[in-house]
Write a protein that binds this ligand. Structure first.
Ligand SMILES: [Zn+2]
Length: 274
């Protein structure tokens, strides 16, 4: 009996090893392909951006989301869209759609806006620590591939990031209020490029290390929850001090206090209007 037990044990270990290899390759807990939930920001009566903004954020996010869907499906991913037309989808519905999928990651596509027209650049947001590697990878490619300023990976409690129980990222693919960036985004080939860079980030989410990244990213040890930064008042010379300032003011509160600070209140308002 004992002699027979050894090969059986070896076979068992081999099976376990193969199962683990499969687990690692799929980056998930079962044999199904990873599902990417693509969230095109805004839609319907919610145009996104700021009043008077010429380029409609909701149209640009949907276009990039659709391109991203095509690329990821070609790469073997299962894709779920929180919206695939010009409709308004409440944030709670978006996160419910995301959370109904197993072995999934969530990518929310947005464009930025500011009353200061010179504000520009790419920034990527995450909230949970498990989302940092995905955020770093997507930001590495999008910021690296876009001819725009790198505004870094930031931690902020956007609704769709807090309420999704999976690695989740929100990428701001440039400022539509900046004439130069709006010009880029008006070009279909540039939107295709953005989608390809996001897809590259999704594919390499386990292999882009924060420390090796050429982009300015948060590290797992120090990821402060950043308060709202009024981008309309940021001058290009004060960016570094602004970053330090926001770290000092960071808070790890998970729930709104009965009397939220103005920055928290602004974060709440941004939950509706990212
Ligand atoms: Zn937005």
């Amino acid at each position: 009996m004992r002699r027979n037990f050894v090969p059986l044990l070896a076979a068992g270990l081999l099976t376990t090893f193969l199962a683990f290899s499969s687990y690692a390759a799929k980056s998930g807990g079962d044999s199904s392909p990873t599902t990417v939930v693509i969230d095109a920001g805004h839609g319907g009566y919610d145009r996104g951006g700021i009043p008077g903004q010429r380029a409609s954020e909701k149209d640009m996010t949907l276009d990039v989301a659709r391109r991203l869907k095509t690329i990821l499906q070609a790469n073997g991913y299962r894709v779920v869209m929180t919206r695939d037309s010009d409709v308004f989808v409440p944030l709670g519905t978006r996160t419910a759609i995301a959370n109904s999928n197993r072995n999934a990651i969530f990518v929310s596509v947005h464009f930025n806006s500011a009353t200061r027209r010179s504000a520009s650049g790419i920034e990527t947001y995450f909230y949970n620590r498990e989302s940092l590697s995905l955020a770093s990878a997507i930001h590495h490619y999008v910021a690296g591939g876009a001819p725009s300023e790198n505004r870094g990976v930031r931690r902020r409690g956007y609704f769709v990031l807090r309420r999704t129980n999976m690695p989740s990222v929100l990428v701001e693919c440039g400022f539509l209020t900046n004439p130069t960036e709006a010009g880029y985004v008006s070009n279909a080939s540039y939107r295709q490029k953005l989608a390809e860079e996001i897809a590259a980030g999704v594919r390499s989410r386990g292999s882009v290390a924060s420390s090796r990244s050429t982009t300015r990213v948060a590290t797992a040890e120090s990821i402060p929850l950043q308060p709202y930064i009024d981008q309309t008042r940021v001058s290009s010379s004060s960016k570094k001090s602004r970053s330090k300032h926001s770290s000092k003011k960071s808070t790890r509160k998970k729930k709104k206090s009965s009397k939220p600070s103005s920055s928290e209140a602004r974060v709440e308002s941004l939950d509706r209007e990212a």
